[in-house]
Structure formats: structure tokens, C-alpha cells
Write a protein that binds this ligand. Structure first.
Ligand code: AMP
Ligand code: MG
Length: 424
């Protein structure tokens, strides 16, 4: 059903797979993403971070009745003298949730509190600071209100019955959960969760709990990927470490694709390395290998294996995170059915120290963003930017996004930063 195949795309479009620009790769990946369509109904308590599968229409007016915006006195605007104080007779009270049942007649007033229903007959609320009560009654200062309807909230002012409150594709955050509750809606239809299978590749990888022999390292990518998938609210399927052996890899790819919407691997996508990965994937699916013109995260494979989307991330731990945030995260959001899922925006900050950068690739340097005494945001790098230095991601609170043509920069230069909070 796909309009074009990846191979066609790679022939038809004028890009160089050996230096694919970041934006180009992002756009290209988007053309292959079809959101999940299966729907499930969930109670709103369990709907946080899920995506609405249909529009939500308000079954009621919110607020349901005209009510007071403040503590004061409910009056008939026409009763108030112009340019002079007016004394009215107190006939009752309207508390939030406990309305005054009678009608306010000429010369009468009702003590009213914020959220209290406007009693019949009254049209305006005088704030309590502009009135005083004595034996004679309630005296409203001259000019205490300037127009009829003041300090009164109208029924349906927030939401009108029948109005579309949320559109399909809306991500449900705490505000939306609260609004659903305010409408009396206890259950909503959401898209099913994405299933994402992932594994690490490499003969040098050892699981936690085992001692390290010479040249071996602990597999950290699987843990980072698992954690990033948790932040993206996916059902993550951990398929462990797979050795750099064709049979083992073939089994792992087949198993992953059969059980998931998305397959993510790390390692083994560098060109020249383990060529059988490429051969294998050509046989199992349709996969292109790109060298993205970015640093870190240069080699990236994207395609389909069976019915699943496939992301072959580089092996270096920092590259894994950067490519996940710059490509996989957005792709997952689209597949989840989220509307308007855009890359996290960048904003301008001033470099607090010089920065080294060679023109030719987009760089995502790890940065520490801080607010100066003058209230302006300044940023410095975390230091050594090697793609194996995972501690740089931990120290960082942002990426410093440096465009292809950018070279070395002096302190004081303006750069674009992308906060990690919100990305992760
Ligand atoms: P590769 O892309 O497989 O050539 O790996 C590039 C670098 O990343 C090598 O130094 C690997 O040892 C390292 N690496 C690969 N996979 C992992 C992993 N799962 N955890 C930590 N480091 C890894
Ligand atoms: Mg490897």
C-alpha cells in the first residue's frame, strides 16, 4: 500500500546517501509512517500520555450555570443609583454548590461567593470590598460596578455543550485529563500503544552481572533505549544482545518484526563492518543505509522488515541517544497517531565559551544551559564531545544544534539550543 518503495525513493530523490542532510532524512522517513489505527477504551485515570482516537464533544455547558467570579453581592444593576451609594436589603446567600433558591427583587441583594450560582433576578456582582453591611442593610459604594453583568461568569463560557473540546490525535496531558473530568467523561477511546522491539548487536557486549573480560563492555544501549521508549510510552520488548553472527541476527530480526510495530537495533550499521547485516536486511525487508551528515550519529539504517518499521542506530552510546531524539522520537510520535507532532523547538542562547566545530555536518553538541545574572540564557559545551562519552549526555541539559555550514564559534556568539527536558 506504500506509495513508493525506499529503493524507488532513493533513486528518484536527489540526495546523496553518503551525506544525507538531517532534515532530508527526517522528511523522507515521514513519508513511510502510517499511524496505528486500533482503538481501545480506557478510564481517564489510565489515559495520561495516550492519544485520542476520536474527537471529544462536550456533553454539558461548562460552567453549567451563570455564577460569580468573586466574593461579593449579587445585585440588579438597574437598582444602583448613578453617582451615589445605594442601600439594598440582604435576602440570602449563594455559596458554591449551595445556591440561593429565591428571586432577587427590586432593592434586594444576595451575599454571593466565588462559584456561587447567580440567583434569579440578579445580573451583576459587586465585589465585597466595594460594599459594607450594617443594620440598615447593604450599602454599595457609588460607581462600584460600571456595567450590567460585571463579575459574572456565564454558563457555557468555558465550553459550550456540543462543542468539540479535543480533536482526534490530541496527546492527553494532565490538563486534558482534568478537562475530561470537568465534563463528566470517565472513559475515552485512545489508540493502542506502539509495540517496539529492540536489541543490541556486538560480540564485545556483556550483560550486567557478569565480569568483563579484556575488550568487553557492558551493554548500555539497551538500557538507554528501553528508558527512552518508556518516556515515549511504548510497549517495549527487550530482545537482549545478539552476536555479530548472520544466523543469530536473522532470527532476531524475524522475531522482532513479527512481534512489533517498530524494530530498533544499535550497532553494526557502520559501512564496511559486518556486511552481512546489509545483505540480510536486503533479503528480509527493504532497508536503506544512510550516512547522515550529522555528528554524532553518522550511520543510520531505516526501512521496513515485514510489517515493522526498522531503525538501525549506530553503536556509540551518545549516537544512539542523538539519533533516537532526532529521528526515532518524532517517528514514534507520528506512529502513535499524535497530531502536530513536530521536532522539539530550538531557541537562541549565547555561547559562554568558544566552541569548536568543522563545517560540513549538523552537530548536536551536548550543552549546559544556564541563566545569567542579567536573565539571559548562556550555554557552554560539556567538554569532550566524543560519541562514546555517555557522561556528556548526563551532564548536558540541552543539545547545541549547529548547522552544516557553521564553523568554530567565539564566546558571545548566538547559537540554537534544544532543551533535553521535553525531549526525554
Ligand atoms: P558499532 O556501531 O557496532 O561499530 O559500535 C560502535 C561503538 O559503540 C563500539 O565502540 C561499540 O563497542 C560501542 N557499542 C556498540 N553497542 C554498544 C552497546 N550496546 N552498549 C555500549 N556500547 C556499545
Ligand atoms: Mg558492533
Amino acid at each position: 500500500m506504500t506509495a513508493k518503495t525506499l529503493t524507488e525513493a532513493s533513486c528518484a530523490d536527489d540526495y546523496d546517501p553518503n551525506s544525507m542532510p538531517v532534515d532530508r532524512a527526517r522528511t523522507l522517513i515521514r513519508t513511510y509512517l502510517e499511524p496505528v489505527r486500533a482503538i481501545e477504551r480506557v478510564p481517564i485515570r489510565q489515559a495520561l500520555d495516550r492519544v485520542l482516537a476520536g474527537d471529544v464533544v462536550s456533553p454539558i455547558d461548562v460552567p453549567g450555570h451563570d455564577n460569580s467570579a468573586m466574593d461579593g453581592w449579587a445585585v440588579r444593576f438597574g437598582d444602583l443609583a448613578t453617582g451615589a451609594a445605594t442601600t439594598l436589603a440582604r435576602i440570602g446567600e449563594s455559596f458554591a454548590g449551595r445556591p440561593h433558591e429565591g428571586r432577587v427583587g427590586a432593592g434586594e441583594t444576595v451575599r454571593i461567593f466565588t462559584g456561587g450560582v447567580m440567583p434569579e433576578g440578579a445580573d451583576t456582582v459587586v465585589m465585597q470590598e466595594r460594599a459594607s453591611e450594617s443594620g440598615a442593610g447593604v450599602t454599595i459604594e457609588a460607581g462600584a460596578v460600571s456595567r450590567a453583568g460585571q463579575n459574572r461568569r456565564f454558563a457555557g463560557e468555558d465550553l459550550e455543550r456540543g462543542a468539540v473540546v479535543f480533536r482526534r490525535g490530541q496527546l492527553l496531558r494532565p490538563a486534558e485529563i482534568g478537562m475530561l473530568a470537568s465534563l463528566g467523561i470517565g472513559e475515552v477511546g485512545v489508540y493502542r500503544r506502539l509495540r517496539v522491539a529492540y536489541f543490541s548487536t556486538g560480540d564485545e557486549l556483556v550483560g550486567i552481572g557478569q565480569p568483563l573480560a579484556k575488550g568487553e563492555i557492558y551493554d548500555s544501549n539497551r538500557y538507554t533505549i528501553g528508558a527512552m521508549l518508556a518516556r515515549m510510552h511504548c510497549d517495549a520488548i527487550d530482545l537482549g544482545v545478539v552476536r555479530d553472527q548472520p544466523d543469530a541476527l536473522e532470527r532476531a530480526f524475524a522475531d522482532a518484526a513479527a512481534n512489533a510495530d517498530v524494530v530498533i537495533t544499535s550497532g553494526g550499521v557502520s559501512v564496511g563492518e559486518a556486511d552481512y547485516v546489509k545483505t540480510l536486511l536486503d533479503r528480509l525487508g527493504e532497508v536503506v543505509f544512510w550516512k547522515i551528515a550529522m555528528k554524532p550519529g553518522r550511520p543510520l539504517a531505516y526501512g521496513r522488515i515485514g510489517g515493522a518499521h526498522f531503525f538501525g542506530l549506530p553503536g556509540n552510546p551518545v549516537s544512539v541517544m542523538v539519533t533516537f531524539y532526532q529521528f526515532v522520537r518524532d517517528a514514534l510520535a507520528i506512529l502513535q497517531g499524535r497530531d502536530g507532532a513536530e521536532p522539539v523547538p530550538t531557541f537562541a542562547a549565547t555561547l559562554a565559551a568558544p566552541l569548536r566545530k568543522a563545517p560540513g555536518r549538523t552537530e548536536f553538541q551536548r550543552g549546559i544551559l544556564a541563566r545569567g545574572a542579567d536573565g539571559r540564557w548562556t550555554v557552554r559545551t560539556t567538554g569532550d564531545q566524543g560519541s562514546g562519552i555517555l557522561s556528556s549526555m548526563s551532564q548536558a541539559n540541552c543539545f547545541i544544534v549547529l548547522s552544516t555550514e557553521t564553523g568554530n564559534l567565539d564566546a558571545g556568539s548566538e547559537v540554537q539550543v534544544q532543551p533535553l527536558e521535553g525531549l526525554i
